[in-house]
Ligand binder design. Structure first.
Ligand SMILES: [Zn+2]
Ligand SMILES: [Zn+2]
Length: 263
């Protein structure tokens, strides 16, 4: 294994359970070369408990930057996981432009005013064919805004184990093509294993589609505590290689570089 990265990590600045510094020993123990922090930034009208308060962004930035200056194993990157809210693109852009992030992860947790990942209630009485299709379209739309470098958990709509009736392959194909056209990477997010879904995002049956369409890949844990850093990475890297991926994406100063998965 050449160079492992984990770019999707939460700390107490948003809804993580640990301080940024606490992830360093875990990264060393797991043999991770590069980690990146990605707090939630959710610019809804009402403040959300899981999101960093935008007023704390300078403090977040200073804290991670000073950690990066004194830590070289692992290399530290600074990112953010920004919610895609269709009516707030300008406002999101304003915050993203204010700080020199290494990368920005875009997330679709919201469909309208409802969240898809906070409770099963969202799914009650809904037509799965329709919401799956709409969810994938929102991820593609988010990618097309140019706000984001990586799209998080591309089929988060599976979090509670709901399924698209029939074969959803066309949804993955369309999304992969859209991500490629927008030049945005996607992630294998291993945190789905800790959810009722019990699998990675995206559905590994369709990973080959992202490889075929040439969508850049990141493998991330979405850890909210150090014990989950790089969780299930052996399996995720093996799946990626089997699907045809030869490289993963690394980021610095919002520039993307591709590095081989295996030496
Ligand atoms: Zn997320
Ligand atoms: Zn996350």
């Amino acid at each position: 294994m050449a160079y492992l990265t984990d770019y999707h990590i939460h700390t107490t600045f948003s809804d993580g359970k640990a301080e940024p510094e606490d992830y360093i020993p875990a990264a060393r123990a797991m043999g991770i070369s590069e980690i990146g922090f990605s707090e939630h930034l959710t610019l809804t009208d009402e403040e959300q408990g899981w999101s960093i308060n935008p007023d704390r962004l300078p403090e977040y930035f200073n804290r991670i930057q000073s950690l990066a200056v004194k830590t070289h194993d692992p290399v530290i990157r600074i990112g953010i996981e920004a919610d895609y809210l269709p009516g707030k693109v300008d406002e999101i852009l304003e915050y993203l432009n204010k700080y020199p992030f290494d990368y920005v992860i875009g997330s679709v947790h919201y469909m309208g005013t409802e969240t898809v990942d906070l409770g099963r209630e969202f799914y009650t009485g809904k037509d799965m064919r329709r919401i799956f299709s709409e969810y994938f379209d929102l991820v593609a739309e988010a990618a097309s805004t140019g706000l984001f470098d990586i799209m998080a958990h591309p089929d988060l709509i599976r979090i509670f184990g709901h399924r698209f009736p029939g074969n959803p392959e066309h949804l993955y194909r369309r999304l992969a093509r859209n991500l490629k056209a927008s030049d945005v990477a996607f992630e294998i997010n291993t945190n789905g294993m800790n959810k009722p879904l019990g699998e990675f995002y995206p559905d590994s049956r369709f990973l080959n589609i992202f490889a075929e369409e040439g969508v850049p890949l990141c493998i991330n844990s979405d850890a909210h505590m150090p014990s989950r850093l790089a969780q299930h990475f052996d399996a995720a890297y093996a799946l990626a290689a089997a699907a045809g991926f030869r490289e993963t994406a690394v980021f610095k100063g919002r520039e993307r570089f591709m590095i081989p998965i295996y030496e």
